[in-house]
Design a protein around this ligand. Structure first.
Ligand code: ADP
Ligand code: 5GP
Length: 190
């Protein structure tokens, strides 16, 4: 008999909350979990690797994917396109692997409309002041972009009650533990 279809998890959070940090920990911990690498037109940050963090592509390439209907969802976020390629996600789910999407609230709505079985988790910062501190301390955006991300963050926070679960990322270990509990994933052997 074939394996059961995998589960689809969506994690959203205002930029700077710690989504990437938490997801990295989940990927290190869970067996048979696949991280969906998004495509984006945003430039790579220092340390980000093409094909691992994102597929860094041009506007023209992104628009070609839109025309070819390659995306499960896509959205514009602070001046750039971000999108989830459909084929690898559907293939992993068919294989019985759980899949995790790190996408914004607009993308989450699109995926839930198409796949209502998706399990949605919204990660929140302990406070908006702390969010601002984290975003600035990361040092990856200039002042104008930080401000735009903070404006966006306030609007995104209003959407948190539309998610199945809300998890506070105060201490990383605690947030990771809470999400592991929600996911009930098999733990990788040491
Ligand atoms: P996101 O992916 O949500 O934009 P990141 O994972 O890049 O956020 O985290 C933003 C910054 O905050 C990073 O510098 C990261 O090291 C830091 N960070 C993440 N989680 C915590 C936490 N619980 N406490 C303090 N700093 C954190
Ligand atoms: P960042 O530029 O900080 O990596 O990401 C900015 C925002 O885009 C975050 O909220 C992140 O979750 C979101 N994002 C990343 N990939 C995708 C995607 O494929 N689709 C959508 N809709 N949002 C994405």
């Amino acid at each position: 008999m074939g394996k059961n279809r995998g589960r689809l998890y969506i994690i959203s959070a205002p930029s700077g909350t710690g989504k990437s940090t938490v997801i990295q920990r989940l990927m290190e911990t869970c067996k048979d979990l696949y991280f969906s690498v998004s495509a984006t037109t945003r430039p790579a940050r220092p340390g980000e690797v093409h094909g691992v963090s994102y597929y860094f592509i041009t506007h023209e390439e992104f628009e070609k994917h839109i025309q070819q209907n390659d995306f499960l969802e896509y959205a514009e976020f602070v001046g750039n396109y971000y999108g989830t390629l459909k084929a690898p996600v559907l293939a992993r789910l068919e294989e019985g692997k759980d899949v995790i999407l790190d996408i914004d609230v607009q993308g989450c709505k699109q995926v839930v409309a198409a796949m209502p079985e998706a399990i949605t988790i919204f990660l929140v910062p302990p406070s908006m002041e702390e969010l601002e501190n984290r975003l600035r301390a990361r040092g990856t955006e200039d002042e104008e972009k930080v401000k735009m991300r903070l404006v966006r963050a306030r609007a995104e926070m209003l959407e948190k009650d539309n998610y199945d679960y809300v998890v506070v990322n105060d201490v990383v270990d605690k947030a990771v533990e809470e999400i592991l509990h929600i996911m009930g994933c098999d733990i990788k052997p040491e």
